[in-house]
Design a binder for this molecule. Sequence first.
Ligand SMILES: Cc1ncc(COP(=O)(O)O)c(C=O)c1O
Length: 426
Amino acid sequence: MSNPVNRDPETLVDSVIEQYREYVNPGLASLMSFGGFDDVEETAEGCLLRTVKGAEYLDFLGGYGVFSLGHRHPKVVEAVKRQLDRMPLSSRTFFSEPMANLAAKLAQITPGDLQYSFFCNSGAEAVEGALKMARIVTGRSRIISTLGGYHGKTMGSLSATGREKYREPFEPLVPGVTFVPYNDAEAVAQVLGDDVAAVIVEPVQGEGGINCPSDDYLPALRKLCNSHGALLILDEVQTGLARTGAMFACQHWGVSPDIMTLAKALGGGVMPIGAVVGTPDIWQKTFGTNPLIHTSTFGGNPLACAAGLAAVEAIEEEGLVEKARLRGEQLLSGLKQVQSRYPETLVEVRGMGLMIGVEFAVKEAAELTINGMSQRGVIAAYTLNNPNVIRLEPPLVVTEAQIDRAVTVFQEAVEMSVSLLASLLG
Ligand SMILES: Cc1ncc(COP(=O)(O)O)c(C=O)c1O
């Protein structure tokens, strides 16, 4: 089939959707159409996304945490363009300056003794690296993870992902993973034997439904890991880099892990990149005898690292930690006002910074609301492991007026879904 350029918008959209049906994933095509996303993305800038049909959307999904700097942040685009004209991919023989610079920057901004970085290409890959390191460092194999936790869908990361629906079809997975309820340190204590290599947890559960922990949860996990010689892996793939109103979510509770995983926002919304960040001790025990024990051909490529460094600098220069906190408070309180008008439909509004979830009583109401929001020009989505929760993760550069607009649209969409469901059931 020819490339659908220079066709009128309707024909182009039909053609792309048809190609999805024929060559990508027919079920996904139906799901996207059902969600009201029957269009093709074309350009994007900041919080705005435009489609070939000429519609303009406020992006309140933010690429599931990727677009913390918005789309096409000029500083990141410029850094990538500059690197593109010099050397996009590494020879993997000589030293690479962009990788060295990004690793040094991460050592500077990450908490505690975190110092070394291994770069890869995605969140799941970062989790794979972290799990392998936990094994080689401790000589143990058991992992404790949380129900509802999301760590990716590759074999290893999926083994630690706390949702049966995604794991079960691929079993047997990596053995030795025990799942406990999130935000329950006592449950961890009960299964934490001296054969446990690591406890892996998201500081704020993202795909599990934007679940925030109580203040003593992460400090308690840190203590438990210390006393049993297990590593604490904090998966900050979604929470990292200012999203929750701290540079790293674990800093809200003054806890630093042995290993931290990063991805999503690290690429500045321009390049894919993941990172495993660890202490000197972890690195010595992992790479000390064989520096090539864990590698990735494209991991840490110059384009991605140039994007990463520019992204971190932009976050610092533009005070996005503080902005996430301020705009987050505005969004949270706006949504809570809507909740107070529909207490039977909206069970809870919760979150930290600009990582906010709205839990619906039934998933049908959430689905209809997402659809209603997209019809009104605001993109949102549900959380992967909890379809009752709509997540709102706009770029941290979002304006006050854009938040007001999204809250108004959310209210209209909830109102529409409530009356639609009432008419269907009544
Ligand atoms: C906390 C967390 N870890 C890992 C992943 C997996 O990242 P990726 O989709 O880049 O493989 C995600 C993705 O949503 C995530 O939220």
